[in-house]
Design a protein around this ligand. Structure first.
Ligand SMILES: Nc1ncnc2c1ncn2[C@@H]1O[C@H](COP(=O)(O)OP(=O)(O)OP(=O)(O)O)[C@@H](O)[C@H]1O
Ligand SMILES: [Mg+2]
Length: 260
């Protein structure tokens, strides 16, 4: 039997009288990038909050590695290997790269009760990992996270999740605030994570970014799956049309011009 990484079957989520998600069925596979697309208010954040244990579905079933789960908290989801990287990355600007990388899982040195954080190891290891992912500009683990660029912070956050064995990476608009080069760096990092066998849910408004790395695509419109398809099943034009709704259209037209 194939092991699916995560599966939603007929998931509904209501907030009072608002039905944010309606009968969502979705499959996330290991070693694949699933792009979650949709306009503002479509339900993307609500959906990832269900995957990451922040919300519980009103009805429907959630499976992780083929086993039905009902996460009571984000912590429970994290313990199963589900890592969420938010747009702002949540890193503390005045913290060093080494400390940030090992936050909550600090390596210790010495013998109890004289244990302390092994800062040397943390700094060295964090830099080694970052270099592995192509962040060659970071050479000192003492460097403050606040002095890194947005893309570098995303790479740090994703690298950290992978280092601690994340099986599912949920990335909420990781490239939206970035310039072209920076976005390319993050997209490359996502490819590395995929190659290492992680499943990735990639939320984006950017059709070009989605098309450049996506294996599978799921388009949400007003809380419903409006389309779900795999790479190659639809043309770039079809995807753009599917994503295009109202205010997004002008943004997309700009994008299309850039592609041409
Ligand atoms: N905690 C909540 N309480 C009440 N309503 C909510 C809550 N969270 C989301 N909603 C509603 O659910 C719907 C979907 O919102 P959601 O944030 O999931 O959309 P989104 O696709 O992430 O949008 P965006 O692209 O703007 O981030 C919206 O109508 C929103 O107002
Ligand atoms: Mg959102």
């Amino acid at each position: 039997m194939t092991t699916h990484l995560m599966q939603l079957a007929g998931v509904d989520k209501s907030f009072g009288s608002t039905r944010a998600l309606k009968n969502i069925s979705m499959l996330v596979e290991p070693g694949k990038i699933l792009c979650l697309l949709g306009d503002n208010g479509a339900g993307k954040s609500t959906l990832i909050k269900i995957l990451s244990g922040y919300h519980q579905p009103t009805s429907g079933k959630v499976y992780f590695e083929n086993e039905e789960v009902r996460f009571a908290s984000p912590r429970e989801a994290r313990q199963r290997g589900i890592a969420t990287v938010h747009q702002d990355v949540g890193s503390i600007p005045l913290m060093s790269v080494g400390r940030n990388f090992f936050l909550g899982a600090e390596p210790k040195t010495g013998v109890w009760p004289f244990q302390r954080i092994d800062t040397n190891f943390a700094n060295r290891e964090a830099v080694r990992q970052m270099q592995k992912f192509g962040l060659t500009r970071v050479t000192n683990g003492e460097q403050l996270v606040g002095t890194m660029s947005g893309g570098e912070r995303q790479v740090l956050a994703i690298g950290r999740a992978m280092y601690f064995g994340a099986k599912l990476l949920i990335l909420d608009e990781p490239t939206s605030a970035l310039g072209v080069k920076e976005a390319a760096m993050v997209l490359k990092m996502m490819r590395i994570a995929r190659k290492n066998g992680a499943g990735i849910v990639f939320i984006t408004h950017n059709a070009r970014h989605a098309m450049s790395v996506g294996d599978d695509f799921c388009v949400l419109i007003q809380g419903e799956v409006a389309a779900s398809f795999s790479r190659g099943e639809k043309s770039r034009e079809d995807v753009l049309n599917l994503m295009a709704g109202g205010e997004l259209l002008s943004e997309l037209e700009e994008e299309i011009e850039q592609i041409d």
